[in-house]
Write a protein that binds this ligand. Structure first.
Ligand SMILES: Nc1ncnc2c1ncn2[C@@H]1O[C@H](COP(=O)(O)OP(=O)(O)O)[C@@H](O)[C@H]1O
Ligand SMILES: [Mg+2]
Length: 267
């Protein structure tokens, strides 16, 4: 499943690349020289604990936050600090942390909001059927206000709304946040199906390293705003530091988290 080929072989330009990107909130430097690549058709993941800078990376890519330094290329074009609406039109959509749906709009109208820039009405209708096939519960709840959905259903809606833009690349911010392990597993399975069946490229950021490593092809580890390790997910899963990290997160909670934060060197 995973790509063991050399990612720098030049055979195919990456769909998305970040080069030395720095972003800050006033005096707080949140990411410090992040470089990463996402290849067409893959699921790439950025793993990191709370506050590592994962959401900041996605906000900087989607144009919500302008970087202080560095550049971002999408499908061969420079999109650094471009307007978020322009970036969506290029085929790059962001599912933010905390699944921000419009609570007072119906499920169906939330989905249509995702397609608001599209002119191909037949395509929109087809994609509506497609998301209902992935998430049948959304069809059952189509006329209800989105605010009445459970957390898991809102996450499904947020992903579906992104799909309604017919994107080439989806940025997915911690879909597991606040969800039960069972729902998280369900959602990850569908994300993988969307990637395999539709060829949609995905950049996923997660604290849940176990789920993310199983779903993804290639991974980056982010610590204090810096990428400290990258490799195929097959290989990352075998690394002791990674095992400690996600077992620690899974079974030891805060103690695991401390151990992770103390660790300074990654090999
Ligand atoms: N709106 C904000 N204002 C000030 N600091 C922020 C803001 N958002 C995030 N930060 C800080 O930037 C750093 C990275 O945050 P974030 O990208 O949200 O991390 P993650 O998504 O990995 O949890 C943290 O130190 C966080 O406190
Ligand atoms: Mg975050």
């Amino acid at each position: 499943m995973s790509m063991l080929t050399d990612r720098n072989d030049g055979a195919q330009a990456p769909m998305l690349s970040l080069l030395n990107v720095e972003s800050a909130y006033g005096p707080i430097k949140a990411i410090r020289g992040v470089s990463l690549k996402v290849r067409k058709g893959e699921i790439a993941t950025v793993l990191g604990s709370n506050g590592a800078g994962k959401s900041t990376i996605l906000k900087t890519i989607s144009g919500i936050l302008d970087p202080r330094k560095g550049s971002i290329e999408f499908k061969g074009h420079d999109i650094t600090a471009r307007d978020p609406a322009f970036i969506v039109q290029q085929g790059l959509v962001h599912v933010p942390e905390g699944r921000e749906v419009f609570p007072l709009l119906s499920v169906r109208d939330n989905l249509l909001m995702g397609a608001y820039t599209r002119k191909d009405r037949d395509g929109v209708a087809r994609d509506m059927e497609m998301v209902y096939a992935y998430f049948p519960i959304l069809q059952e709840r189509a006329q209800q206000d989105a605010g009445l959905l459970s957390g898991g259903q809102q996450q499904m809606l947020a992903i579906s709304r992104a799909l309604m833009a017919n994107p080439d690349l989806i940025l997915l911010d911690e879909p597991s946040l606040g969800l039960s392990p069972k729902l998280t597993k369900e959602i990850f399975e569908i994300v993988v199906r969307i990637n395999r069946e539709r060829g949609t490229t995905i950049l996923l950021v997660e604290q849940n390293a176990n789920m993310a490593l199983n779903a993804s092809d290639y991974g980056y580890v982010l610590e204090n705003g810096r990428i400290v390790m990258e490799d195929s997910c097959d290989r990352l899963r075998e690394k002791e530091d990674i095992k400690e990290f996600y077992l620690g997160m899974k079974e030891e909670g805060v103690r695991g988290e401390r151990r992770w934060k103390k660790k300074k060197t990654w090999r």
